[in-house]
Ligand binder design. Structure first.
Ligand code: DGT
Ligand code: CA
Ligand code: CA
Length: 574
């Protein structure tokens, strides 16, 4: 897909424009990049079929952006972008990837200190050359070092949300081969971990050479690390590695168990095996030289006296003990949700009107969808003030009436995602909050408050009787921004005491709450909701990432309010 390539260039153009202090245009390019990043159709196909006109039909793409996409598709580059790049030849994406360094700071760093790369930035910060620059200071310098350290720990890992579709594409191609009898994803991807180091695939085939030849010559393979008849390994153009192993049918289950991991889970499992007089390896569970189980994964667990453990739980966090005692949780299923409570419509920064969102949600098999538009403080998302919220609520009433008259069993719920101000107050008057079916509140500004203040800010918000849900409670952005500095135990205690629901945000770079926090909430009896935070209906599909995270946190239906029957949900929100 060319979409991602164009999106990356548009993102950088947006940043160059921002450096020059141009108004509005940077936001337009950024939005266009986001749209391209999630578009289902390949721009190359659109262009081939409908030319420039088809490109202009993409939301947010006007005359001049369409021309630039055309230029990229026909010449492989965009001159407008190349001109920026020539003026300031820096590794923009890397440098801006550091939390606290925006385009304007990147410009100063280049002009004053000649900084072009992440390494040069780190060196300059360590040598305290950054603090004296105008508009920087020691605090910024420290934040930059922290941000770089943060990037480094996530380095070489990819977001689950980016990798899953790529891996599924490869899986489908391999599945199409007559020589492939069975294929499975193993490793961290099968465990649905939030970041992925590399992709592990297992195959049964009586003609491994043919499968391997096909695998190493897939389009998108840029490097072949190894090409054998039992194992091959490649790098894809997206930068990630993929291993393919061909396994004998007789030991497939043991191999699937072993290569699913995690390593920690395997080590703990092997201990149990040894205690019972077995030897466990990727080839099987053996008593001496006699295999006791190997062909099917379930058999390996069963032979050891354990229930089969869902891959999402295999992190050595107590799952083996639970399996021994028959106390594994009944995990929330990928089809168990009855609705999404965090969707933005075109009343604020979202793309589609409420009617279209409702139709898309019905198509997903939901019984309701909650529209939770941004509120007035968030100007960049065209947040709604009290009067506009009321207007929007009337539209929702009208849509619900239509649905009822048509005999459709589906409801649009009136919500909002209000802003938690620095003092913990909410930016919408109580009397209007009271008119909502439910209120989400979230932090969207002033992320870097001292620990005590940030904790108090959230506690105050949760104490507001109108606030039902806190969105993306810890504020982390994977590979970009650390959690807010807050005393999470106090926040959880506050949530428990006020009956506030905490969100599991499904956005691949958020997944906030994360698995460990979800597990803690479950143990404390705090209820959670899995939401997408969709700004366009395409993103309703992100839900599975939130569900995966919930499963990794041991969540059951009872813990997740949007898995409840609608009546029970509405009653709890009242
Ligand atoms: P990743 O790729 O970093 O996201 O994480 P994984 O879990 O996919 O790890 P990977 O690809 O290195 O290995 C796949 C699985 O193979 C891993 O989850 C467990 C198993 N494995 C790899 N190395 C070892 C090991 O040294 N000991 C044991 N017991 N299992 C291992
Ligand atoms: Ca892996
Ligand atoms: Ca691997």
């Amino acid at each position: 897909m060319k979409n991602k390539e164009v999106a990356k260039i548009f993102n950088e153009i947006s940043e160059y424009l921002e450096m020059e202090g141009v108004a509005f245009k940077p936001y337009a390019y950024q939005k266009a990049a986001m749209t391209l990043g999630t578009l289902k159709d390949d721009v190359a196909d659109l262009y081939r079929q409908g030319g420039l006109k088809a490109l202009k039909k993409i939301p947010g793409i006007g005359e001049s952006m369409a021309a630039k996409i055309e230029e990229y598709l026909t010449t492989g580059k965009i001159q407008y972008y190349e001109n920026f790049k020539a003026k300031m030849p820096i590794n923009l994406e890397d440098i801006i990837g550091v939390e606290g360094v925006g385009p304007k700071k990147a410009k100063v760093l280049y002009e004053q200190l000649g900084i072009k790369t992440l390494e040069e930035l780190e060196e300059a910060a360590r040598a305290h050359k950054i603090a004296p620059l105008f508009g920087f200071g020691p605090r910024t310098e420290e934040n930059i070092l922290q941000g770089i350290g943060f990037l480094k720990t996530g380095k070489g890992r990819f977001l689950l949300g980016d990798i899953l579709p790529i891996a599924q594409g490869v899986l489908q191609k391999l599945q199409g081969l007559p020589e492939v009898e069975k294929i499975d994803v193993a490793g961290s991807l099968r465990r649905m971990k939030e970041t992925i180091g590399d992709v592990d695939l297992l195959v049964i085939s009586s003609q491994p050479e043919k499968v391997m030849d096909f695998f190493v010559s897939l389009p998108g393979v840029v490097k072949v690390w190894g090409h054998g008849s039992t194992k091959s390994s490649v790098r894809l153009k997206e930068g990630l590695d993929m291993d393919l192993r061909v396994i004998p049918p007789a030991s497939y289950g043991a191999a699937l168990q072993y290569f699913t991991g995690s390593k920690e889970h395997n080590i703990a499992l092997r201990k149990i095996a040894i205690d019972q007089g077995y030897k466990l390896s990727e080839y099987g569970l053996f008593q001496g030289d006699t295999p006791a189980a190997a062909e099917r994964e379930e058999e390996v667990y069963a032979q050891l006296g354990l229930a089969w453990i869902p891959p999402e739980l295999r992190e050595d966090r107590g799952e083996i003990d639970a399996a021994v005692h028959g106390r594994l949780p009944e995990l929330i299923g990928y089809q168990d949700l009855k609705g999404d409570l965090h969707v933005h419509s075109n009343w604020n920064g979202g793309k589609e009107p409420i009617r279209e969102i409702a139709a898309a949600a019905r198509e997903m098999g939901y019984e309701y969808v909650g529209i939770s538009d941004h509120t007035k403080f968030l100007k960049i998302e065209h947040g709604l003030d009290e009067a506009r919220l009321r207007q929007r609520n009337r539209e929702i009433d009208a849509i619900n009436l239509e649905l009822r008259q048509a005999g459709v069993n589906f409801t649009v719920l009136k919500g909002c995602e209000a802003n938690i101000m620095a003092d913990g107050s909410i930016d919408i008057a109580d009397e209007v909050l009271a008119e909502m079916d439910y209120v989400i509140a979230g932090v969207h500004s002033q992320f870097k408050m001292p620990r005590e203040e940030m904790t108090q800010r959230l506690l105050t918000a949760m104490a507001n009787p109108h606030v039902d849900i806190i969105s993306h409670p810890t504020g982390r952005l994977l590979k970009k921004r650390d959690e807010y500095d807050l005393a999470l135990d106090q926040i959880l205690e506050g949530a428990r005491a006020t009956g506030t629901v905490l969100e599991i945000n499904s956005y691949p770079e958020r997944l906030d709450l994360n698995d460990l926090n979800i597990h803690t909430c479950k143990n404390l009896g705090i209820k959670m909701v899995i939401n997408t935070d969709a700004h366009q209906v395409d993103q309703l599909r992100l839900m599975r990432f939130g569900i995966a995270q919930a499963r990794r946190g041991w969540a059951e239906k009872e813990d997740i309010i949007n898995a409840w029957p609608v009546e029970k949900l509405l009653q709890m929100l009242k």
